[in-house]
Design a protein around this ligand. Structure first.
Ligand code: 4AD
Ligand code: MG
Length: 452
């Protein structure tokens, strides 16, 4: 059958074409030759499939073209789909014809081979590294995580409201701001979080969320920090801390459920320990789906214990924030995400509502992913009293003028309200089981990399 008459198919949809001759459009991923037999592996963005090419089955021309074809050359393949239970995709293709669209020159072979490469080399070639099955699988899972997150809010009565990216003031602390000139004498900053703006839209629409890129000029070179990352942030009028914890739990449960339902094959390619993810959405000891909850004080006590038993190296000081090793230890004690609430106000953002039971604590929450992946969600109930908020802005030594509009929200029908931010890349790192956030986003921006 010729290329013109056989249906164009994708590797992921071959089960609908078993026994048929189809046309696949993609790239040569790998090639093995054994005498008069070629075993090319094709990829097309939806998966990979092995082809079988006996010399006798194709024209001399097709056999020679394929035999000498360079990896990652683009091509159109025609062949018959055959079920094979041993094949990762469940199918193989008996190649009938190959048309090369662009042959990668012999002098400049595809730089990424099946052998091990260093991370710097791979990041320098990120535009090409993305083509490898594991990286592609991660990006597919990322897309589902983003879709599931948005879907959770869209189907629960939230309205998406997009905050600006160029802002006149800081949200999460002034030391981590990317600053730029904004015409004449003004300065603008890339947003660190849409929160302040969606507090305004929440008081207009009730339940809102924002979803977009956020920026932190963090000088930290850790496996959890990017300078540009995607955050999804719900903000809800009349919601207090307890309700916020339930919202975080519901969101994460939905995301993990969706990934498990749709990405078993990708998780396998990535090498994820899937039962660990299943545990997140499985009923716990008493049949409860709830994530464990710890107050800051309980988490601190747990760390002191761990130090006394030689399980962690540095002693956690009461009142200090948790460092990465602390978070890693706490979260490794549970097989579900851990919700930590009521941190000392002194180490948290200026806008957080004090706990009426102990005003030195904030009505705030951090959610730590299991298996030591650290913080994936941070949020709080917001101060709704005008005078208290103004005092906190002053105490934080922030200028009042750019916050006047934010204070207005406490002057015109203020109500208790709460929200949080979830970093997409942190969630992708956890769900895919990746060591570093640099593989969680197509083109990572970090302290020392802005190429490609
Ligand atoms: O805890 P953060 O700083 O909270 C806020 O920005 C609040 N204004 C959000 C809100 O209440 N609406 O950031 C929220 C989340 C973190 O838990 C983490 O997942 C992610 O954003 N995050 C980062 N991800 C990658 N690289 C970084 N440098 C990140 N900083 C924060
Ligand atoms: Mg935080």
């Amino acid at each position: 059958m010729s290329t013109e008459t056989s249906p164009i198919a994708t590797i992921a949809s071959l089960s609908a074409h078993e026994g048929q001759t189809v046309t696949l459009r993609g790239w040569l991923y790998n090639l093995r030759a054994s005498g008069k037999l070629l075993f090319p592996i094709f990829r097309d963005g939806t998966g990979t499939i092995q082809g079988i090419v006996p010399k006798a089955a194709v024209s001399e021309d097709v056999f020679e073209t394929l035999k000498n074809l360079t990896l990652e050359s683009s091509l159109v393949v025609t062949g018959k789909v055959r079920a094979d239970s041993r094949a990762p995709s469940g199918f193989e293709i008996d190649v009938e014809h190959v048309e090369v669209l662009q042959r990668v020159p012999d002098e400049t072979p595809f730089p990424i081979t099946l052998k091990e490469h260093g991370v710097d080399f791979l990041m320098e070639h990120r535009h090409l590294w993305l083509r490898t099955p594991r990286q592609s699988a991660i990006l597919r899972v990322r897309a589902t995580i983003m879709r599931a997150a948005a879907e959770y809010f869209d189907t629960n009565g939230f309205t998406r409201t997009d905050p600006p990216i160029l802002t006149p003031n800081a949200c999460e602390g002034t030391s981590e701001l990317f600053e730029m000139d904004y015409f004449d004498d003004d300065k603008a900053y890339l947003t660190q979080s849409g929160q302040l703006y969606i507090e305004a839209t929440a008081l207009a629409l009730g339940k809102v969320y924002s979803f977009g890129p956020t920026f932190r000029a963090e000088k930290s070179k850790t496996r959890r920090h990017l300078t540009e990352f995607w955050m999804i942030e719900p903000e809800v009028a009349f919601l207090e801390l307890d309700g916020l914890l339930l919202l975080a739990e519901g969101l994460l449960t939905h995301i993990v459920t969706m990934v498990l339902a749709q990405h078993r094959a990708d998780l396998k390619v990535i090498g994820r320990d899937v039962p660990k993810l299943e545990a997140v959405v499985a009923p716990g000891a008493e049949g409860s789906l709830a994530f464990p909850r710890l107050s800051y004080d309980e988490a601190h006590a747990m760390l002191v214990d761990a130090f006394n038993n030689g399980l962690i190296e540095t002693e956690h000081k009461d009142g200090d924030d948790f460092g990465s090793p602390d978070e890693t230890y706490i979260s490794s004690q549970f097989d579900k995400p851990v919700i930590i609430h009521r941190y000392p106000s002194a180490i948290k953002a200026f806008y957080m509502q004090p706990d009426p039971a102990d005003p030195a604590r904030a009505l705030c929450v951090d959610v730590l992913a299991p298996e030591g992946y650290g913080e994936i969600i941070g949020g709080s109930q917001r101060i709704h009293d005008y005078d208290l908020l103004k005092l906190r802005i002053e105490q934080a030594e922030l200028p009042l003028a750019p916050f006047q509009w934010y204070l207005d929200l406490r002057k015109y029908g203020s109500v208790p309200h709460s929200g949080f931010g979830m970093g997409i890349e942190r969630v992708v790192a956890w769900i895919c089981g990746l060591d570093h956030v640099r593989e969680t986003i197509p083109f990572a921006r970090t302290l020392n990399r802005i190429y490609p």
